[in-house]
Ligand binder design. Structure first.
Ligand SMILES: Cc1cc2nc3c(=O)[nH]c(=O)nc-3n(C[C@H](O)[C@H](O)[C@H](O)COP(=O)(O)OP(=O)(O)OC[C@H]3O[C@@H](n4cnc5c(N)ncnc54)[C@H](O)[C@@H]3O)c2cc1C
Length: 391
């Protein structure tokens, strides 16, 4: 296997690295300081990144995008996430959402979203699955109880469906110009047999983004409640057949998992770089702390784990590009990357000593960002349980 990136991949890597370090990193550090309740979305940065090509990069060429391979997407997302996982996630979440839509939408439905997305650098897409009482149950169906899973209801009335209920923690819920929402069309059966996808184009009567959930990390990547009050959706905005949401979802699982893995890797690299830089500068005991064996060994351990996670991610991405959809590989890679990330983030704080927890130093942010990834691209427990049957 050839681990050398192509010239095009290397150019994109350099472009993303420059944008990440020179623009994303300093600007997001300031935006994040805005108080809770205030909009912290990096509109201007997102637009400038779009002008460099990151908005369209992961959209398939057949649909008008740049059609970057999954491996190329991973290389770029890692670089961008070193600068700001909040902003990087805006692009990669949108690519994932479009991949999901392509799996289930008709050409007419796609024509209402993808061209508009490509024309508008601030076009964001919401994927609305999670609800207050339905988190992991949406990924690990608990079929013994039809009450488990999504409760947002969709009732057919003539040529419309009427949606009532709410979603929770929906990324970019207030920014989204299009939302894919999953609702129960049959409450008498387990949710996997009675859930349907619907297209919502805000502003839409009865639909609104509710509370902004303030987080300790990824503060410029917002999550909102979405409220549905008698939201009338025409039948032509139903995605796929009624009650069949689960079928289209399966085909894109690996792409979504890999996207969160690449984000984890970028934050992990930031932790590694900060620890290494500080250990070379900080003098105690008459020499830079990297020359103390215990700190040196710790830095080598961080390097080893980072390289191992990247190598596995590239292998997974490469296999998806080759048409192999190996769920256990993609999910195992996400688990490894998140554990690697949280190990590196904690150790970076340790290497920085007391400065590691000070708000005016950069490391504590890495630690706060790192824990977010436990809950994105599925939890570790969900990924393990979904990988196990494929062993
Ligand atoms: C930054 C961020 C962005 C998000 N973006 C979106 C979004 O855009 N759209 C969206 O729909 N959702 C989104 N979410 C929600 C996310 O998908 C859920 O938080 C996640 O699926 C976990 O659900 P939960 O929070 O309800 O945890 P729970 O399901 O309550 O799980 C709690 C713990 O129990 C474990 N657990 C649960 N069930 C089992 C089981 N059967 N076996 C073993 N262990 C189990 C879990 O692994 C976890 O450790 C986002 C969350 C975050 C933090």
């Amino acid at each position: 296997m050839d681990f050398e990136l192509s010239e095009e991949q290397k150019s994109l890597q350099i472009l993303a690295r420059k944008f990440a370090m020179e623009e994303m990193l300093p600007e997001v550090a300031e935006l994040e300081k805005r108080p809770d309740g205030e909009d912290k979305f990096a509109y201007d940065l997102v637009k400038r990144g779009a002008a460099l090509g990151f908005h369209s990069l992961g959209v398939p060429a057949a649909h008008g995008g740049d059609g970057a391979s999954v491996l190329t997407q991973c290389v770029v997302v890692e670089e961008l996430s070193v600068g700001s996982p909040s902003v990087s996630k805006v692009y990669s979440h949108n690519w994932k959402a479009i991949a999901g839509l392509i799996a289930v939408a008709t050409p007419e439905q796609l024509a209402r979203v993808v061209p508009a997305y490509l024309e508008d650098p601030l076009y964001c897409i919401g994927i609305a699955i999670t609800e207050p009482n339905a988190g992991s149950d949406n990924a690990l169906p608990f079929d013994a109880d039809p009450a488990a899973g999504p409760a947002l209801s969709a009732v057919r009335e003539g040529d419309h469906y009427v949606l009532n209920g709410m979603k929770q923690f929906i990324a970019m819920g207030a920014q989204a110009k299009y939302v894919t929402a999953f609702a129960r069309t049959d409450r008498s059966v387990p949710w996997t047999k009675g859930t349907t996808g619907f297209m919502i184009f805000p502003p839409h009567e009865g639909f609104e983004a509710g509370r902004l959930h303030e987080k300790v990390g990824l503060r410029c990547y917002p999550q909102h409640d979405l409220i549905f009050r008698d939201v009338r959706v025409p039948v032509e905005d139903r995605l796929g057949e009624e009650d069949r949401f689960q079928e289209g979802r399966r085909s894109v699982t690996n792409v979504g998992t890999v996207e969160a893995t690449a984000t984890s890797l970028g934050i992990a690299r930031r932790a590694h770089d900060l620890a290494l830089g500080y250990a070379r500068e900080r003098v105690q005991g008459g020499k830079p702390i990297i020359e103390h064996d215990l700190i040196g060994a710790l830095l080598l351990e961080m390097f080893t784990r980072l390289e191992a996670a990247r190598t596995l991610l590239w292998r997974t991405a490469w296999s998806i590009d080759e048409g192999v959809h190996d769920q256990k590989l993609a999910r195992a890679t996400k688990v490894l990357a998140v554990e690697t990330l949280n190990y590196l983030a904690a150790k970076a704080v340790e290497v920085w000593g007391g400065m590691g927890v000070m708000k005016d130093a950069p490391v504590e942010k890495v630690y706060r960002d790192a824990i977010q990834l436990y809950h994105m691209g599925n939890t570790n427990q969900v990924n393990v349980l979904k990988a196990l049957p494929h062993l």
